[in-house]
Design a protein around this ligand. Structure first.
Ligand code: BG6
Length: 506
């Protein structure tokens, strides 16, 4: 990781500049980087889109986005004026080669006027169906071939299945070098996810017990309280497995399970992560029934309001077979993790928004305490809460104060709130800064994406070929289908959740 490298002069070409992602995430992130003095002195942001806008009206819509979505709140007038003087808009059609010429003229102008040749980041915040045409047109006008200075950032979804991901990789690699391709997974930019590396490899304490001799099972649970909102059209062709498991959850799992890297180089870390995916046990068709669970939300009540079921959402097929919940039990076939189950689950419209990694350690070999001392016995557990609470908790047994010998589980807690004063950067701030610096550590490599698809293909194909007769099988505001409880309960465990704090929005 290039921790202390200052970014060089940079031009951001944002394809889909008038879209939701630019307004909600990209521009607020770049503005925060500017406020915190991470942006280089010379930079330009070019919004690209078909709708015609003047620079002024484009900048005005971006300001609305910043005021609404930025973690630092409403923009300071002077700071925004200074920042937005770097922004312009180019009306363009991704299919029209002539419009790419306008982009290259702009870049040439910056190259002539700036103190050093800029890094050029083509950011594809558009529907994936446009990825191939944009990449090909960039190549035609020679906006792709400088391997040192030109980069392409590709948003998810990266492919719809293994075949399409391979096809996209082949196309991108025919134009760009792998070192120029930044496949984004915003989970990797989250502070607590990055902290997995620090926690595991900057402390001597955990590595000796981080294996099958001490760990009984691992859970990764990413639950959301929202439904599909206005993304029904996209989501109905995707589903929870593609939308969350293939990327975010498997990336997090890799950080939990990877071998210690030799150093902090991007390639080294990405090699160790892909090793995990390669070691994951493929699903045999007959096991899918026992080791996976799918669900779809029905209607229900959320905070006193009636909400519709998935099949009633706009853009969704009223007989949809798409899963909005997925739970799977994985195994990793290597020395470290042999026979340690990794349970993962994700779902929409669940009772709580929460992303948690829970590592349960094996029980003590012999219990010396009488049974009445240990009625609330709990094996040691390490809980890494990614969001909304950002914390690491180690659950241990302690003696409750009093004249009796009574044990109960207590938490040793490291909470970001209260430990650090600084506001935590948004994932996109970290990732955009890394893209500017040329650091690919937190981006997915082509082989990682393909290996993750390869692992899930049998499940995807199985679920698609068998229409679920039980859908909808969980109500909104619940913990998902009962069969997901059974998946883990049959091994003697239960899904771990953090209690919702008083006053905290669910
Ligand atoms: C996106 C998915 O990648 O991640 C969404 O497409 C999901 O469906 C979102 O809601 C969750 O991200 P976060 O950061 O809110 O956990």
């Amino acid at each position: 990781m290039k921790t202390n490298v200052k970014p060089r002069p940079t031009i951001f070409m944002i394809f889909g500049g008038t879209g939701d992602l630019a307004a909600r995430k990209l521009i607020p992130a770049l503005f925060n980087l500017f406020l915190e003095k991470y942006m280089p002195k010379e930079f330009a942001i070019i919004g690209l889109g078909r709708t015609s806008y003047s620079d002024e009206s484009f900048i005005k819509t971006l300001l609305e986005g910043v005021n609404k979505y930025s973690r630092s709140g409403k923009a300071d007038k002077d700071k925004w004026k200074e920042f937005s003087s770097h922004i312009s808009y180019l009306t363009s059609d991704v299919n029209d080669e002539k419009d790419y010429k306008k982009m290259s003229d702009f870049i040439e102008k910056c190259e002539n006027e700036w103190s050093e040749p800029p890094v050029i980041i083509h950011y594809l915040a558009v529907d994936p169906k446009f990825f191939p045409i944009i990449a090909s047109n960039l190549a035609k006008v020679k906006l792709a071939d400088n391997t040192d200075r030109t980069r392409i950032v590709v948003e998810k979804p990266f492919g719809h299945d293994l075949a399409s991901a391979k096809e996209l990789n082949i196309l991108l690699k025919s134009i760009f070098d792998e070192t120029q391709i930044y496949r984004i997974d915003h989970y990797l930019g989250k502070e607590t996810v990055q902290n997995m590396l620090a926690f595991r490899f900057a402390n001597a304490l955990f590595e000796p017990i981080w294996n099958r001799n001490y760990i009984e099972h691992v859970q990764i649970s990413v639950t959301e309280d929202i439904g599909v909102e206005d993304r029904g059209g996209y989501y109905d062709g995707s589903g929870a497995l593609r939308d969350m498991v293939q990327n975010h959850i498997l990336q997090v799992l890799c950080l939990v399970a990877m071998e210690p890297p030799v150093n902090f180089d991007a390639e080294e870390i990405r090699n160790r992560k892909v090793d995990v995916l390669r070691a994951m046990r493929p699903f045999a068709n007959e096991e899918i029934r026992f080791n996976t669970v799918r669900g779809q939300y029905g209607d229900g009540w959320v905070q006193g309001e009636k909400v519709e079921g998935y099949r009633e959402e706009t853009g969704v097929d009223p007989e949809s077979n798409t899963e909005t919940f997925a739970a799977l039990k994985f195994f990793i076939d290597n020395w470290r993790w042999q026979n340690v189950p990794f349970y993962v689950r994700t779902g929409k419209r669940m009772h709580q928004k929460s992303s948690i990694i829970s590592i349960q350690f094996k029980d003590v070999p012999h219990l010396i305490f009488p049974s009445q001392s240990s009625e609330s016995w709990q094996q040691n557990r390490l809980i890494i809460s990614i969001q909304p609470e950002m914390s690491i908790r180690l659950q241990v047994q302690a003696k409750r104060p009093g004249l009796d010998m009574t044990l109960n589980p207590v938490d040793m807690v490291f909470n970001y709130d209260g430990t650090y004063e600084n506001d935590t950067p948004e994932a996109y701030e970290t990732l955009l800064l890394d893209a500017m610096k040329g650091d690919q550590t937190l981006f997915m490599r082509g082989d990682q994406v393909e290996t993750a698809w390869d692992l899930l293909m049998p499940v995807l194909e199985n679920w698609e070929s068998r229409k679920s007769i039980s859908f909808p099988n969980y109500s909104s505001d619940s913990w998902g289908p009962e069969t997901a409880e059974a998946l883990i309960a049959k091994d003697g465990f239960h899904w771990f959740t953090l209690p919702i704090k008083k006053g905290e929005k669910k």
